[in-house]
Ligand binder design. Structure first.
Ligand SMILES: [Cu+2]
Length: 297
């Protein structure tokens, strides 16, 4: 029985318990034969053990788990392990929570004299239905700098292609997030990137279809369409959860920020990064304001 949904931690604990016999990448015994002679047919946990045993790419059967207890007991055991894992996480947090505070801020975009009009990325905005053009402030990303890599539960986002533009134009995500690129136009689009943090080409696809991609390396991923050279988007992949996009009025809040001295940055693709050092008080609030010399569209 494939157990693709068993989380790795639990799968490892199951495999290491006395009730199970594990084999990495085994061709020595088939599902019908239990080497211990005491179990029921072996079940497969595909991929879950790959990092553990280093069986390499292209390997599908990376571990076999031989059950000596019925599936219901396996599930109950897995649930018990999950509960233990949850308690192990929750209890220390409840008794010894790291002090956190919040950062409340505002971003203002100010016009500057520029010989260039808007970046070419915006030249097809006229195709958008009236009133739907995203405000330039939404293309700012606010994030903390210098934070240790902090895992974030995988999240799924959508980045649409509509009116020959990517919406949103700028999308911050945490490492591990997946993005569905959905074509909402009555003609084909493509999605590709040559960025170091993510090189891919999702091919061409028609209206209503989408292609997805997971982003596993931090950094800026610039996304384009082979078919429409004006189209572009920027995905900022961050290695922690402390980031956000300002509201239409420029306001933003970062919650649960570890207390202490922090560096907060505001990024815009035509301005780059502006950063400020602030002190976040435990159970308190720090305020910050950014003024970015970006042309309001
Ligand atoms: Cu296109």
């Amino acid at each position: 029985m494939p157990s693709k949904t068993v989380p790795r931690l639990i799968a490892e604990k199951i495999a290491h318990s006395d009730n199970f016999v594990k084999r990495a990448n085994s061709t020595l015994f088939a599902a019908e034969h239990c080497p211990t002679g005491r179990g029921t047919p072996c079940s497969l946990i595909r991929r879950a053990f790959e990092p553990m045993y280093g069986t390499g790419a292209g390997s599908t059967t990376v571990a076999e788990v031989c059950r000596t207890t019925p599936p219901t007991a396996v599930r109950a055991y897995a649930r018990l392990l999950a509960l233990v894992a949850v308690l192990a996480c929750v209890v220390p947090v409840a008794s010894n929570a790291p002090a956190t505070g919040r950062i409340v801020g505002r971003v203002r975009l100010v016009a500057v004299n520029t010989s260039r009009p808007l970046a070419i990325a915006y030249s097809s905005r006229a195709l958008l239905p009236q009133g739907q053009a995203p405000r330039e402030i939404r293309n700012v990303v606010i994030y903390l700098q210098g934070m240790p890599p902090t895992p974030v539960p995988p999240t799924r986002y959508e980045l649409r292609q509509e009116g020959e533009v990517f919406l949103p134009h700028v999308l911050p995500v945490a490492r591990g997030a997946s993005i569905d690129f959905t074509n909402g136009d009555p003609f084909y689009h493509n999605v590709f990137s040559l960025s170091r943090a993510g090189t891919f080409d999702l091919g061409r696809f028609p209206r209503g279809q989408s292609r997805d991609r997971q982003f596993t390396a931090p950094g800026l991923v610039k996304v384009f369409c082979h078919l429409h050279s004006d189209m572009s988007a920027v995905i900022m992949v961050l290695d922690h959860p402390w980031f956000t996009t300002p509201q239409d009025d420029g306001g933003f809040v970062l919650e649960n920020v570890p207390a202490g001295k922090r560096t907060i940055a505001a990024w815009h693709e035509r301005v780059g990064e502006a950063k400020v050092g602030i002190t976040v008080p435990a159970d308190g609030e720090a305020t910050v304001e950014f003024v970015l010399p970006a042309v309001e569209s």
